[in-house]
Design a protein around this ligand. Structure first.
Ligand code: BG6
Length: 446
């Protein structure tokens, strides 16, 4: 249990809070990871009673008896966080305790909120720690991210800053490095001589839902590629550090991110009907789909294509990494290692084997490791895991500033490429992505 730590959410009436943060904190409450006096302060501009505020979280929560107990720990506090004068009204909370502030807001407010908390001495650490979680994307581009970082570093020590990327809290993402580190049979083949290509896919069925305002500024590139996808590329491609310490891992991830090379093979798409979604301006050219071929300028990965693909309003929701090994003889199927991130969690190895019986034909067989099958009881969601780490002061699963900086440098270049390229309009909820890319000749989906 974390002792005496409270939490305050800015941007508490947004989708992120209802869909991810409140359920994650409720899970921590149920698993008794929060202290008895735990207080969750949800800051919002509108006048709501607590019941009105909590209504959108959904019936499945309201039905649970434990949720009614959990509600006693929540306080909805009406305040306009964009008005620095308004922060005076927060004096009623006891900031001598430990506090985690969660900024579930657009990055343009990160600086204002941090400076206003500081100006009112709420970040004073004499008696209790003060940590701030910054939701992604951290900034809107490289320059913006740098400005924000400098401003918050003027106020906070690096160990008070948590730049969150919730994919790093997912079980199978955490498992990538361990699988490489502790399976020589894999790590010994983890290079250009054995590997033909790597595919990293995060596909979503939902469109932009109620997040049009945010999403239209961001697009798939800044919403998914700059952070989640690049973090996965880094974990797959990095050199293994001597020790799996947070600082060594981050430093190796950053080294490999710096070696990413863009190519001319890129597809940017937008789903049909995007303009009819709430808060999307007519004529918007924001991409809801990105597929790119990347190369990595290192000895280990020379000429091995990394295909990345992510988009909204696609046929299915899933995320996985596919590592294709080189074929050796004739028409025998290649070996494929698939790391399933979601909805299933596991590792599958496709091999060749003799057909049973008198035939000597060879057939594809799959060896399956089901990670979720090993779970005992409820596993923490990515957000609960990361929120708990924040309260415990463990930054292992958070991105470093250097990685974020490098990722922005690359994405800024991709934005320029995108401006010159045609935006493909695709039919939502179809296997569109497969057809287009297979036709293009550099994408094979399973
Ligand atoms: C978020 C993006 O970071 O990740 C969303 O802002 C996206 O647009 C979400 O839907 C996907 O997360 P998950 O865990 O549902 O795959």
């Amino acid at each position: 249990m974390v002792k005496n730590c409270h939490m305050m959410i800015f941007g508490s009436t947004g989708d992120l809070t209802y869909q991810k943060l409140l359920p994650a904190i409720f899970d921590l409450y149920k698993s008794k990871d929060l202290c008895d006096q735990f207080q969750l302060v949800c800051i919002g501009r509108k006048a709501y009673t607590l019941d009105e505020y909590l209504e959108p979280i959904g019936e499945q929560y309201h039905k649970q008896i434990e949720f009614h107990d959990f509600k006693k720990h929540i306080l909805y506090f009406q305040m306009d966080f964009t008005n620095s004068e308004a922060y005076k009204t927060l004096t009623q909370f006891d900031f001598t305790k430990h506090w985690v502030f969660y900024l579930a807001t657009a990055p343009r407010f990160f600086r204002l909120i941090t400076e206003s908390l500081q100006a009112n001495q709420y970040l004073d650490q004499e008696n209790g720690f003060k940590r701030i979680v910054f939701e992604k994307p951290f900034g809107e581009n490289f320059e913006d991210a740098k400005t924000i970082n400098q401003a918050i570093r003027n106020i906070l020590e690096e160990d008070q800053i948590y730049r969150i990327d919730h994919y790093l809290g997912k079980e199978m993402i955490q498992n990538i490095l361990l699988t490489r580190m502790y399976n020589n049979v894999i790590e010994m083949l983890w290079h250009k001589d054995a590997i033909e290509s790597v595919e990293i896919v995060i596909s979503e069925k939902d469109g932009v839902k109620n997040r049009g305002n945010y999403y239209d500024h961001s697009g798939a590139l800044k919403d998914m590629v700059q952070n989640h996808i690049f973090q996965i590329v880094a974990l797959i491609a990095m050199e293994l550090p001597e020790n799996l310490t947070p600082s060594e891992i981050r430093s190796e991830k950053n080294k490999i991110l710096k070696k990413i090379q863009l190519t001319t093979d890129n597809v940017f798409g937008q789903y049909e009907g995007y303009h009819q979604e709430k808060d999307i301006p007519e004529g918007s050219k924001t991409e809801t789909f990105v597929a790119m071929k990347l190369l990595i300028d290192s000895k280990r990965w020379e000429n091995v294509p990394f295909y990345i693909k992510t988009g909204k309003a696609l046929a299915i929701k899933h995320a996985h990494v596919v590592v294709r090994f080189k074929k050796n003889k004739g028409n025998v199927n290649e070996n494929v290692l698939m790391i399933e991130i979601q909805p299933e969690e596991g590792i599958y190895l496709q091999m060749n084997s003799k057909m049973p019986g008198i035939s000597t034909d060879v057939t594809k067989v799959t060896m399956n490791y089901c990670h979720s099958c090993l779970k005992y009881g409820a596993e923490p969601s990515a957000y609960s895991r990361l929120l708990l780490d924040t309260m415990l002061g463990d930054k292992s699963l958070f991105a470093s500033w250097e990685e974020i900086e490098t990722s922005w440098e690359i994405v800024d270049k991709v934005v320029k490429i995108k401006e010159k390229q045609e935006l493909v309009i695709y039919e939502p909820y179809k296997m569109w992505d497969q057809y287009v890319l297979v036709e293009k000749g550099w994408w094979i989906d399973d």
